[in-house]
Design a binder for this molecule. Structure first.
Ligand code: B12
Ligand code: SF4
Length: 494
């Protein structure tokens, strides 16, 4: 089939992010033999015109959108991307309606959506976007299966993860031979074991990977899927599952080596929910990278759990020079209320270990959850400040999502009236800190210069950000906060 794959993400902060998910999906459908054109809107000056032009040029049978962010999850400077996405989908429909060359039974292309923004609330997103089908979760198995079903004139609605405008799934009885996708099934049903992606290298060649290296500073890599923790507000287990699916460390090292040699990018971000768990896997990746001697630098998300000095030293030897640690709080009762699986003491230990290992530390904090009080806020600020981190990224207010423990609680207690209210960003701030939180955090941050509140003050002017990348700076931008360079800019006039 003739496919147009569109990456709709245009968010430039904190950097333009390479559309890794769509690159995986593109590789999966390329293996099926489909003809692919990719349109990445990240750098487009006029996305609407670009979609109209490419649809007219290609007359695709399928137009598939990847929606990464639904909103920026930041309060009160919230950005909600859904209205833009709706415009893009409508543009694709309008452009396709003008084409006489589309070879589908209806003469119009199938419109399909996927990506994390879609997967967070698939049914609501399907309706809001007005697409024909959507894939909730990973696309490597479900998307090729969906295309196959469409080609065969069958309903795709019993493919796991596929949502569609048709309400009643048709009973399908696929024979083992008739499906060419190589997907294992039992009892005449599709079943995916979730390992297909781990044997794939994303189709970066179809995208402008070097441009992302230049303007975004780095390439991104995934070494595992899933998170085993149960933090009450978090969507990552919803998106990736609650058990680990691990890649072979040698294949991760192969992928990195290929990018270094082919695209001359030496700066990487591991997009795993938590890089350092399981510890043995993180060590395996570090060992593989040490053996390759690739002269790379990298950073990742980490949890204080199990982050010992020897592991950090090994990660540093493998090129790790920065970690974004999801501490969330440093107050004992708040850590429990958020469902974090570690203690305040572990946060203090990790801060010390990172210093010894020479790894820059950025704490990410979330304030305002249930049970937060002015005292717990002050306690966290004081403790985190004492650990002398290089940077602190602070979210004030918890974005609520369906299918998370905190989202369920918000529905039960009436903080969110009905499920559809999750779509437009909704935040929880405990009533006891409602008026206290923002002014306090702003004041606290203003005195420091290495604390940033993306939801309160835009940390960087776009032009400054471009300049920093233009001169070749390759680390995540929070590394620059050590110099307090944004202090004046960020809090001036406030
Ligand atoms: C790593 C990460 C980051 C890193 C990225 C670093 C880098 N260089 O890549 C950093 C820290 C920079 C970051 C920043 C932000 N992030 Co972020 N990030 C993630 C994270 C953990 C992983 C993303 C990833 O790469 N996954 C790996 C790929 C392979 O998976 P995927 O993209 O989901 O793709 C799969 C499926 O979705 C599907 N799929 C994807 N496209 C398509 C298309 C079709 C047609 C089909 C069928 C299927 C399909 O198949 C793919 C393969 O299986 C996710 C959470 C998560 N666990 O998913 C949040 C997440 C995507 N981020 C989120 C947000 C909000 C942001 C920020 C806006 C935060 C902020 N205020 O700064 C920024 C935006 C940055 C930008 N420019 O877009 C949210 C989006 C949800 C929402 N509320 O909208 C998420 C989901 C986390 C959350 N809160 O739930 N992020
Ligand atoms: S906050 Fe981090 S550790 Fe907790 S569930 Fe989410 S990804 Fe896992």
């Amino acid at each position: 089939m003739k496919l147009l794959l569109i990456s709709a993400n245009r968010e430039p902060f904190p950097d333009p992010v390479f559309p890794l998910g769509l690159a995986y999906v593109a590789e999966a459908v390329r293996r099926q033999g489909h003809e692919i054109r990719v349109l990445d809107l990240a750098f487009s000056k006029s996305p609407v015109q670009d979609i109209a032009r490419v649809v007219a040029e290609e007359s695709p049978e399928v137009i598939a959108f990847s929606f990464r962010n639904l909103d920026n999850a930041a309060y009160p400077l919230t950005r909600f991307y859904l209205p833009d996405y709706q415009t893009l989908v409508q543009t694709a429909k309008d452009a396709a309606a003008l084409s006489r060359k589309i070879k589908t039974p209806s003469g119009r292309p199938w419109l399909i959506a996927g990506g994390s923004a879609f997967s967070l609330m698939p049914r609501m997103m399907l309706d809001a976007l007005g697409v024909d089908y959507g894939v909730e979760g990973e696309g490597e198995d479900a998307f090729p299966a969906l295309l196959w079903a469409l080609e065969e004139g069958l309903s795709p609605l019993d493919i796991p993860g596929v949502f569609g405008a048709e309400q009643i799934p048709l009973p399908l009885a696929f024979s083992e031979q008739s499906f060419k996708g190589g997907i294992s099934r039992s009892q005449k049903k599709y079943s995916f074991d979730g390992s297909t992606w781990s044997r794939m290298i994303p189709a970066r060649d179809l995208f402008q990977i070097r441009r992302y290296g230049r303007v975004g500073g780095m390439a991104n890599i995934q070494t595992k899927r899933g998170c085993v923790f149960h933090c009450r507000y978090c969507t990552y287990p919803v998106l990736e599952g609650s058990t680990h699916r691990l890649r072979d460390p040698e294949s991760v090292a192969d992928e990195i080596q290929e990018i270094v040699e082919r695209d001359h990018i030496r700066s990487f971000f591991f997009v795993d929910s938590v890089f350092n768990i399981p510890t043995s896997h993180a060590e395996g990746i570090a060992d593989a990278l040490i053996r390759r001697k690739l002269r790379i630098r990298w950073s990742a998300y980490a949890s204080p759990s199990g982050l010992t000095l020897p592991i950090l030293q090994k990660m540093a030897a493998a090129g790790c020079d920065g970690l974004e640690v999801g501490s969330d709080s440093a107050d004992k009762s708040t850590l429990v209320a958020l469902g974090k699986g570690f203690s305040r003491d572990q946060i203090l230990d990790v801060s010390e270990h990172c210093r010894k290992a020479g790894i820059a530390l950025c704490h990410s904090l979330i304030f305002g959850g249930p049970g937060e009080t002015p005292e717990t806020v002050k306690n966290t600020c004081r403790t985190i400040d004492e650990t002398k981190p290089m940077a602190v990224v602070v979210m004030a207010g918890v974005r609520l999502y369906p299918r998370t423990p905190m989202g369920d609680w918000a529905l039960e207690t009436g903080h969110v009236k009905e499920a559809k209210d999750f779509l437009a960003p909704v935040f929880y701030i405990d009533p006891s800190v409602k008026t206290f939180l923002l002014p306090y955090l702003e004041q606290f941050a203003a005195k420091r210069g290495n604390w940033i509140l993306p939801g309160v003050v835009a940390p960087l002017r776009p032009i400054t950000q471009k300049l920093i990348r233009f001169v070749g700076y390759k680390k995540p931008l929070w590394h620059l906060l050590r110099y307090g360079v944004f202090k004046d800019r960020v809090y001036r006039d406030r």
